[in-house]
Design a protein around this ligand. Structure first.
Ligand SMILES: O=C(O)CCC(=O)C(=O)O
Length: 252
């Protein structure tokens, strides 16, 4: 299928379902590189480790992470969804060990609450503000913390209440997939994690969070944030834009 047709299908899925599984976006060598890089990370600032290891803004640690900001097949979709001047607002690495308990159903960001009736109107297309892409570095089965999504729930116009698992007759679905696959979802989608019920397997995952240009980048620890010069020196022009090097605009 032509690239243009693929993009259009991807955008339609994000508007209709709120998410899209992109198979095989990483080569096996990239999966291995990322797994090794994540297992070598140690916590900084608000990172933590335990049953869940969680590392924020990993792009600033080493130039190795840059290639995963604009992977072919993913960046085109992010730019089509969020504008050609979109940028990243984070890149987070995870390791979820046996016994880890996944996050309950939630949404990540709702720009504003809107009446459900407006969102139900087939002629109304809610623009996206933030999308996350999750790169799975292991084959994900029902025991290895499959991500949960509730198709179409970005049209609820609100957050799920505690324990709510359905919306308009749709129930949550587990994303079962292969190492190297990626899940892209918009920030209003109700989604969550699930437990690592395996005996001895760890789920490694990399997330990239993309936002429209006017969604502020707030890299922690905020006022103390400093870009790593080695990362800036290695970045391509597109990667520099994703890191925040924009053309001048109204407010900045
Ligand atoms: O663990 C997962 O797959 C879900 C992650 C998640 O819900 C989030 O980062 O907001």
């Amino acid at each position: 299928m032509e690239a243009h047709a693929l993009l259009s299908l991807g955008l339609s899925a994000l508007h209709r379902d709120g998410f899209l599984l992109l198979p095989g976006v990483l080569e096996p060598g990239q999966v291995e590189q990322l797994k090794a890089a994540i297992s070598a990370l140690t916590p900084q600032h608000w990172d933590y480790n335990g049953l869940l290891e969680h590392y924020k803004c990993v792009f600033n640690r080493d130039p190795l992470w840059l290639a995963y900001l604009d992977l072919p097949g993913v960046i085109e979709l992010a730019e089509a969804a969020l504008g050609e001047d979109c940028h990243i607002i984070g890149q987070t690495a995870w390791r979820s060990h046996p016994g880890y308990q996944g996050m309950a159903l939630h949404l990540d960001y709702l720009a504003m609450e809107l009446p459900e009736a407006w969102l139900a109107d087939a002629d109304f297309e809610l623009p996206m503000q933030i999308c996350t892409v999750q790169f799975y570095l292991d084959d994900i089965d029902s025991e290895l913390c499959p991500t949960q999504v509730l198709p179409g729930s970005h049209r609820a116009g609100r957050r799920p209440v505690a324990g709510e698992q359905q919306w308009q007759g749709q129930a949550t679905q587990s994303i079962l997939c292969r190492a190297g696959d990626a899940l892209m979802f918009r920030s209003e989608l109700w989604h969550g994690g699930s437990d690592n019920r395996s005996v001895d397997r760890t789920r490694s995952m990399l997330q990239v969070h993309y936002g429209r240009r006017m969604i502020a980048q707030k890299f922690s620890p905020y006022l103390h944030w400093q870009f790593n010069p080695a990362v800036l020196a290695a970045a391509t022009p597109r990667q520099r834009r994703l890191l925040g090097e924009h053309a001048e605009a109204e407010y900045d």
